[in-house]
Design a protein around this ligand. Sequence first.
Ligand SMILES: [Zn+2]
Length: 259
Amino acid sequence: MTLGWEDLPKSVSVEGAPTAERLREPVPAVLLECDGGWLLLDTGFNTALIRDLALRRRFHGDPEFTPVLPGPGEPLEEALAGAGIELSAIHAVAVSHLHNDHAGGLKHFAGRVPVHAQRAELEYGLSGSAEPEANDIFRIDFDDPRIDWRLAEGDTEIAPGVTAVLTAGHTPGHQSFVVSLDSRVGGGGFVFAFDAADLSENIEREVSVGTRIGASAEQCAEQIRKLKRIAAQRGYRLVPGHDPVAWPALTAELAGAEV
Ligand SMILES: [Zn+2]
């Protein structure tokens, strides 16, 4: 699913890219039908922080980064409606990391369903300093005592056939997901990098994303190589998180697939 877009400099996504070059990147989420119910990977923006003028000034005041919402309502509800699924049908959520374009929809799930994340990510987000917000991690999105956190420390199977893989670097507890498909839908699978690799270019050139917290470009490039190895070993497709071409091509392909 695509839960919105963001206009930003390409240098955010590709280390060393020219800042004058701008991209409109999709905001991704993945809905998986697992044994036990629907699992949602990532939740998009917090719409209140974009639509309320005072909140927008505080949280989205940087003119270099412009969030774009797809419609007048909640992007998650609108995208799910397109698939004929109610928000209440989602049984569990996992977030790749706590950046505002991934964790902003957690408000829909507080007090309702388990939320999977890496412990290191939540500890950083709740650390209490001004640094997370300066790094686009908005505590207002996830500091809610009603969220039923399920915190992992490293690689963990979070649902049958779905493994969270720690790919720290973009953020301190970023995780990607390895998804194995049932033989009834043809088998195979996907490795969803999310922000370990924003663009196909990150994967092809093994070049770091442009934004990192406490990690070097080389450490982030190594996470990309790790995901490439997993994908190659299993014969799965490695999907970048924010690619303006690859992401819409994948959603169009899956929307048209016979399952
Ligand atoms: Zn991110």
